[in-house]
Design a binder for this molecule. Structure first.
Ligand code: FAD
Length: 283
């Protein structure tokens, strides 16, 4: 009715791991299309960089922010900006984070460079306050627009109970767009801060992966525990525990979600302590 493009597609195409069966994907470009998409059970898909989607896919609609929700206006808002703090126009939740971070560096705008290398979309990264020890998404947020089946509202970070790797935004509430608050600096200074965060990523595998598999239990490195269990390089089907870093499972090409689940179960069986998953499993 609202003209949203709807297609049944394999979700493997939308995830960094490259696994996942089909679902009905709604490409929404307007608030009216989004409202229609949210009339029945749905999931919101971002960059797919923290997901293991089942081989059967998911029964719910999958919402994908498109069009203006994937565009960005980085020009300073004249009413909200000061010489010390630039507040941008709207940045869509569907904007890829890596390109945004590169552009901000070139413009000499600081606050978000600690998130360099996170292959998320802005909305997904905000939803879980993604970051590294060099910085996180909430370092650079001024206003958020959040949409639920009840409608859209604008909030500030102070309205949310955000903290370490969490925004306080309930699951299923969609971050459609945000205004960024940035500190004017120079491209060189921002680049220098980015290199430290970049450097810390050197040991990570370059293959298809959804990032770290497990949280570090009680401050101990999960990667070290898996390595000590002798599991580096172990394969099930086309999924492998990365030889470079044991807390990463990679897709060698054509892996299934079942292969990945097999490795996760093997790790839990062999490592002596309980491990909490870092990824989200769909469904
Ligand atoms: P998705 O994976 O698509 O979805 C994850 C969750 O977010 C789902 O519940 C989804 O429904 C929800 N979501 C997605 N979009 C929205 C939206 N617009 N509104 C509301 N909810 C939404 N994470 C870190 O924190 N730090 C790191 O350093 C880091 N490094 C990584 C390195 C690699 C190589 C990879 C593959 C992943 C890494 N991650 C890291 C994990 C991942 O990038 C983050 O969890 C990121 O926040 C996921 O965002 P996404 O857009 O890909 O979300």
């Amino acid at each position: 009715r609202t003209g949203a493009r709807v297609e049944r597609l394999p979700l493997a195409r939308f995830t960094t791991l490259g696994v996942g069966g089909e679902a009905e994907v709604w490409f929404v470009e307007t608030h009216a299309q989004l409202a229609e998409a949210m009339e029945v059970p749905y999931r919101i898909l971002g960059g797919g960089s923290n997901l293991v989607v089942a081989d059967e896919g998911v029964p719910e609609r999958v919402v994908r922010l498109s069009g203006p929700f994937a565009e960005r206006d980085l020009s300073p808002d004249p009413l909200l900006s000061t010489p010390e703090q630039l507040v941008t126009g709207w940045v869509g939740g569907g904007v890829p984070l890596p390109g945004l971070i590169r552009t901000l560096q070139k413009l000499g705008l600081s606050n978000l460079e600690g998130t360099v290398g996170i292959p998320a979309q802005v909305g997904g990264a905000v939803w879980m306050n993604a970051g590294t020890r060099y910085g996180e998404m909430f370092d650079g947020l001024h206003t958020l627009e959040i949409v639920t089946p009840q409608g859209a509202r604008q909030v500030t970070p102070d309205d949310l109970g955000w903290g370490y790797r969490q925004s306080g935004i309930p699951r299923g509430h969609i971050v459609t767009r945000v205004r960024l608050k940035l500190r004017p600096s120079t491209p060189e200074a921002v680049l220098e801060k980015m290199s430290a965060a970049d450097q810390a990523r050197k040991g990570q595998p370059k293959m298809k992966t959804p990032g770290c598999a497990f949280k570090n239990p009680g401050g101990v490195s999960a990667g070290r525990l898996i390595d000590e269990a002798g599991l580096k390089g172990t394969r099930i089907g086309q999924a492998m525990i990365a030889p470079e870093h044991a807390n990463f499972i990679v897709n060698l090409g054509g892996a299934s979600a079942a292969d990945v689940h097999g490795l996760l179960a093997l790790i839990r069986e062999r490592v002596g302590v309980p491990l909490e998953l870092e990824y989200e499993l769909w469904p």
